[in-house]
Design a protein around this ligand. Structure first.
Ligand code: CP
Ligand code: NVA
Length: 314
């Protein structure tokens, strides 16, 4: 059974196909085949969500399927029922799981014990649906209607600023390796990418993918994309004040953004905290594509779901 727990669960040829399918779903919104007809997918969320939840629910509906949203507190998972049994039981009812939680090992366990595809909708380690969408969104800008989306990413540079030791930074490191991009991360000392992502990179055969610097200007020099995320992610609320003080030099100000390539794009997974990790003027600038990123979650995730669902019909 194929799952989507990390960026590299699709090989480059499959990534190219997912992107082209997303482009087709976007072009034919409301007019494409109901590839999930008579299927039900469950969404299990242990953290808050606006974009991911809504885009998956709408996307599954648009593909002709039905989505059930399960807040983790509403089901037995984690209290009186194990991940393994939850996976085995849900596999008897539904055709796929979309899971947002803390530990990457939890999504791996659900995938191991279930017999249906599992999609990682964000863990503390990775946010692969977001990274595929981000890459697709930048590629849309860099290609015409028929050029290869994946090929347009090769050799591009992304600068990732701020919290360089959590899911978005990790996922972009793995994504950059997969898409053939360069990535330079700039954050405070002590926020170098951690052992878990380095182990994953080695296991996938990637070496020397990322550079880390404490100098934000060094990171953005020559960058095609300037990317940031909130400084305190879900679950890190207690250290928010300390993080604000440490990460302030890495705020994407108009001045810092101007030090990237003249046609660089500003990207953010959202939700944003204007005045913290990004200045309002940068968020609102014509080179900010944050709302295209948000919209494209729908099209790209539909392509991921449809690709995984094919194996159920085979
Ligand atoms: N970017 C993102 O995943 O947003 P949500 O937390 O709103 O789903
Ligand atoms: N790093 C953020 C991303 C939210 C989409 C978090 O985990 O809260």
């Amino acid at each position: 059974m194929k799952h989507f727990l990390k960026e590299t669960d699709f090989k480059p040829r499959e990534v190219a196909e997912v992107f082209e399918l997303a482009r087709e779903f976007k072009r034919k919104r409301g007019r494409h085949d109901p590839v999930l007809a008579r299927q039900t997918w469950a969404l299990i969320f242990a953290k808050a969500s606006t974009r991911t939840r809504v885009s998956f629910e709408v996307g599954i509906h648009e593909l002709g399927g039905h989505a059930i949203f399960l807040n983790k507190n509403d089901i037995h998972l984690g209290r009186s029922e194990s991940l393994a049994d939850t996976a085995r039981v849900l596999s008897r009812f539904v055709h796929g799981l979309v899971v947002r939680t803390y530990a990457q090992s939890d999504v791996e366990e659900l995938a191991r014990y279930g017999s249906i595809p599992v999609i990682n909708a964000l863990t503390d380690l990775l946010h692969p649906c977001q990274i595929y969408t981000d890459a697709f969104t930048a590629a849309e800008r860099w290609t015409g209607p028929r050029g290869s989306l994946l090929a347009s990413l090769r050799g591009r540079k992304i600068a990732f600023l701020g919290d360089t030791r959590f899911n978005m930074a990790n996922s972009w490191i793995l994504g950059a390796a997969l898409f053939g991009m360069k990535i330079v991360l700039a954050g405070p000392k002590g926020y170098e990418p951690g052992a878990q992502i380095n182990t994953l990179l080695s296991a996938e055969g990637f070496t020397g993918v990322h550079q880390f610097t404490t100098d934000p200007y060094e990171a953005v020099a020559g960058a095609d994309i300037v990317y940031t995320d909130v400084w305190a992610s879900m679950g890190q609320e207690e250290t928010a004040q300390q993080r604000i003080l440490q990460m302030r030099p890495y705020a994407v100000t108009a001045k810092l953004f101007a030090a990237a390539k003249p046609d660089a794009l500003f990207m953010h997974c959202l939700p944003a905290h204007p005045g913290e990790e990004v200045e309002q003027a940068v968020l609102d600038s014509p080179r900010s594509i944050v709302f295209d990123q948000a919209e494209n979650r729908l099209h790209v995730q539909k392509a991921i779901v449809a690709t995984l669902a094919r194996q159920l019909q085979a």
